[in-house]
Design a protein around this ligand. Structure first.
Ligand code: PBG
Length: 330
């Protein structure tokens, strides 16, 4: 035998051969597409920092759902822009709020499209934090009151489930919220409604564009008192196993790209389906680089989505879903 004995390039000779041996595949049914519904807009409103993503009036929910389902995408996740905000986020539990109304419209227009709802009060509080505030006992400093926030989250989950949500997705990072939401749903007869917990959610700079679209940037301080420190990976396993024990059906890691190592570890540690959120800043970065003619958007997008699947995600929440589904030819 001549040198070299082993030739990996044999398996790369043609598109058909490369396709045969490809280890990781993408399908539109892996994607969850985020949608933002406003209680007040009558026309769609584009947001500069998140190209292609719109704030939508609720009356467009059915049409959006049909378009998304037609591309082969199986699920959407809904966020709300309410009419009013106050310190306790009362509009989050309004059954006539933009999210419950959009859920009902989507489920009646396209019953097979799975509807996930984000459960967190940051879009509904006037201060923009993910919970009810209190003064810390010894210092008087404002902080998010974990246990008082659980009551609001449980009610919010019930409102979404009553409207027809298939999956409740708490993104607040309060301790004990999965158990509390599970209990509230079961009490209300919704034991078949699933929970996808944002189990491992980091305090990340990559949420910037989302906060413009969802109008939920904190008015003071930051979220480091409840979201995770970027340096921690063991803590991610602790958060993931707590949520699994509390009854989560699907675990999420967020953001995706700067935490692919964490995603892989969570995949290994749990037998639950694992989701990853390819967040707004990750999406906006590709668009900005492509607009500056630095990279090819479609190729970079497919490479990024493949990397997230390869690292261990079964499910990807992504603003790229529509375009990626188009390229996948669904
Ligand atoms: C909180 C929430 C956020 C995102 C999803 N749910 C923002 C935050 O934690 O500040 C970010 C998603 C993204 O950046 O695409 N309700």
């Amino acid at each position: 035998m001549g040198f070299p004995d082993i030739r990996p390039r044999r398996l790369r000779v043609s598109p058909a051969m490369r396709k045969l041996v490809r280890e990781t595949s993408l399908s539109p049914s892996d994607f969850i597409y985020p949608l933002f519904f406003s209680a007040t807009l009558s026309e769609p409103n584009p947001i500069a920092s998140l190209p292609g993503v719109l704030q939508l009036p609720v009356k467009m929910a059915a049409a959006q759902a049909r378009e998304i389902a037609q591309r082969g995408i199986g699920s959407v996740i809904l966020f709300g822009l309410p009419k009013t905000k106050d310190p306790n986020g009362d509009s989050a539990i309004d059954p006539d709020g933009p999210v419950p109304r959009a859920v009902a419209e989507i489920k009646s227009a396209v019953p097979d499209l799975l509807v996930v709802t984000d459960v967190c009060v940051d879009e509904y509080t006037d201060h923009g934090h993910c919970g009810v505030l209190r003064e810390r006992k010894n210092t008087g400093e404002l902080e998010v009151d974990n246990d008082a926030t659980l009551d609001v989250l449980a009610k919010m989950a019930q409102v979404h489930a009553r409207a027809g949500a298939d999956i409740i997705a708490p993104s607040d990072m309060m301790d004990g919220r999965v158990a509390r939401i599970r209990q509230a749903l079961d009490q209300d007869g919704f034991e078949s409604t699933a929970i996808m917990s944002y189990a491992v959610k980091y305090a990340s700079a990559f949420y910037g564009p989302f906060r413009d679209v969802a109008d939920c940037a904190p008015k003071f301080g930051d979220r480091a008192g409840y979201q995770m420190d970027p340096g921690n990976a063991r803590e991610a396993l602790r958060e993931a196993s707590l949520d699994e024990m509390e009854g989560a059906d699907i675990l999420m890691v967020k953001p995706a790209l700067p935490y692919l190592d964490v995603l892989r570890e969570v995949r290994r540690a749990s037998n639950l389906p694992i989701a990853a959120y390819n967040v707004s800043g990750e999406y906006a970065m590709l668009h900005a680089a492509a607009a500056a003619k630095m990279i090819d958007l479609d190729r970079a997008m497919m490479e990024v989505l493949t990397s997230i699947r390869r690292a261990g995600a079964d499910i990807i929440l992504t603003y790229h879903a529509l375009r990626a589904a188009e390229l996948l030819g669904a």
